[in-house]
Design a protein around this ligand. Structure first.
Ligand SMILES: Nc1ncnc2c1ncn2[C@@H]1O[C@H](COP(=O)(O)OP(=O)(O)OP(=O)(O)O)[C@@H](O)[C@H]1O
Ligand SMILES: [Mg+2]
Length: 136
């Protein structure tokens, strides 16, 4: 069964809702605790960015299946200013807000797949997925 959750992000109270829903859904899909934690950190970074740079947006979290693999997909969508230089934004330490600049590269490391589409003046859409590991 596929489960999906959509969370509008418009104030700081929505942050914890988004991370909580991500952790809950990850648990239902069957992710181990440490992976649930990593997924919730990734969601937290995406939500923080969309709130800080785009003044809000929406997060869609859903269970996915591909070639008998189970996983989670997180879509972060906003209608903000867009990102001028994705390559720069993906580097550790790059920030336009004097922050640490570790958010996006961190999200990429925590998840298995990372896709970003952005258009100046239109917004940003980031899709990330993580798969359940069977090996260890
Ligand atoms: N949703 C977004 N809309 C517009 N610009 C964004 C968005 N997300 C990220 N950016 C741009 O990409 C840069 C890098 O993002 P990243 O999350 O890696 O770092 P940061 O938010 O500046 O710092 P940190 O996440 O470590 O607090 C940001 O400084 C910002 O310019
Ligand atoms: Mg950030």
């Amino acid at each position: 069964m596929n489960i999906a959750k959509r969370i509008e992000i418009s104030n700081e109270m929505d942050f914890s809702r988004a991370t909580l829903e991500a952790t809950k859904l990850a648990g239902r899909i069957g992710f181990r605790r440490s992976d649930q934690y990593q997924i919730s950190i990734a969601v937290s970074e995406l939500v923080t960015n969309m709130y800080r740079y785009a003044k809000g947006g929406c997060i869609i979290i859903r269970s996915i299946e591909r070639r008998r693999k189970k996983g989670i997909e997180v879509i972060a969508e906003d209608k903000g200013p867009g990102i001028e230089d994705i390559e720069m934004a993906m580097q550790d330490g790059f920030s336009t807000s004097k922050s640490l600049g570790l958010g996006l590269p961190g999200v990429k490391r925590l998840m298995d797949e990372f896709n970003i589409k952005t258009e100046l003046g239109k917004g940003t859409r980031i899709v990330v997925t993580k798969w359940i590991r069977r090996d260890v």
